[in-house]
Design a binder for this molecule. Structure first.
Ligand SMILES: C[S@@+](CC[C@H](N)C(=O)[O-])C[C@H]1O[C@@H](n2cnc3c(N)ncnc32)[C@H](O)[C@@H]1O
Length: 325
């Protein structure tokens, strides 16, 4: 299968087999990006399976629409723009039932990271970080130029696990008074300066990696989005369908692991409840341990090194779920 230019999808064979993709099944790819997993799912579900490909980034959606015109995909690939938190609504509007399940391949694509005008990288022309630049939400520049120092340090600590959160936040606040932050390089240089001051020697990865990750998570409310999408999958997926999530850092993976574990418990009622009213387990965990790329994949695609794939299956459960948000 030809590889989509610019972004190498990770754990493709593992996703296809883990989702038990087979002819005729319908899937939602909630983070379709450059269409790598979508193509693989379409290929495994041929001749009559379908994939609803969703992405929050309008430029990814434009590319997906082009892919969907390929004669091999036509009629079988549906494309929609939106946050995956709305996938239930999108599917309902299109009359699409994901009989096979859904996939969330979290984070951002290499195309988004590498294109200076996409606003994500260390050399981004705009300090933006919104997946959807048309969304009316504060940008990374808004957060960096306006947040009080304590709140900014909290963001860096919580979402970036940044050990120098406070000194970096203080340096940002000091410098923004002279000149507001507008570009990725400005911010990256300040963080690099704080690292040099504290550690002296250069680090293996770019010192601003954690800061950029933290701001991206905060701008897009990424952790809240994952929680919301996992909850909506419980009512979106029919019994027997599967959900696969690929995460790239421990904050994301922890949410997925705990969610699957919680809904696979024999009973979720409070321990002092007189009788069980929760309806019993809702999911079966398919991957006891996360599936990770092998050495060959990491050698071929360095960005796959942190990927972790977890899969769960919706059980055949008669009790309607009381939705929690
Ligand atoms: C790692 S890439 C996915 C790559 C894709 N699996 C492929 O094979 O090309 C993650 C994608 O998720 C999208 N994304 C991130 N958060 C999203 C959200 N909340 N809703 C929908 N798409 C989102 C990004 O725009 C990006 O295209």
């Amino acid at each position: 299968m030809p590889r989509p230019e610019g972004h190498q999808p990770v754990l493709v064979a593992e996703v296809v087999s883990g989702l038990a993709a087979a002819p005729g099944k319908h899937f939602i790819d909630g983070t379709a990006g450059n269409g790598g997993h979508t193509r693989a799912l379409l290929s495994a579900t041929a001749p009559d399976g379908q994939v609803l490909a969703i992405d929050w980034d309008p430029s990814a959606v434009a590319r997906l629409k082009v892919i969907s015109q390929d004669p091999a995909m036509k009629e079988r690939m549906l494309v929609a723009h939106g946050n995956f938190t709305t996938m239930e609504e999108v599917a309902r509007t299109l009359g699409f039932t994901p009989s096979g399940g859904c996939l969330l391949d979290l984070g951002l694509s290499s195309l988004q990271l590498d294109a200076p005008d996409a606003g994500f990288g260390f050399d981004a022309e705009r300090l933006d970080f919104r997946f959807d630049a048309t969304a009316e939400i504060p940008t990374a520049a808004d957060l960096v130029n306006r947040m009080p120092v304590g709140k900014l340090a909290d963001v860096l600590r919580t979402y970036g696990e940044e050990p120098l959160a406070r000194p970096i936040a203080s340096a940002i606040v000091r410098l923004r008074e002279r000149e507001p932050f507008r570009q990725g390089a400005q911010l990256a240089a300040v963080v690099a300066g704080v690292y040099r001051h504290h550690y002296g020697k250069p680090s293996r990865r770019h010192p601003a990696t954690r800061t950029f990750q933290a701001l991206r998570i905060a701008v897009n409310q990424e952790l809240e989005n994952i929680q919301a999408a996992l909850h909506s999958s419980l009512t979106l997926l029919p019994p027997g369908a599967r959900i696969a999530v690929i995460s790239y850092h421990s904050l994301e993976d922890r949410i997925v692991k705990q969610f699957f574990r919680e809904y696979a418990r024999p009973c979720r009622c409070p321990s002092d409840a007189p009788r069980c009213t929760c309806g019993g387990p809702y999911l079966a965990v398919v991957t006891r341990k996360p599936v990770v790329p092998g050495d060959a994949e990491v050698a071929a695609n360095f960005r796959s090194r942190s990927a972790k794939l977890r899969i769960a299956q919706r059980l055949f459960n008669q009790t309607p779920l009381i939705k929690q948000t």
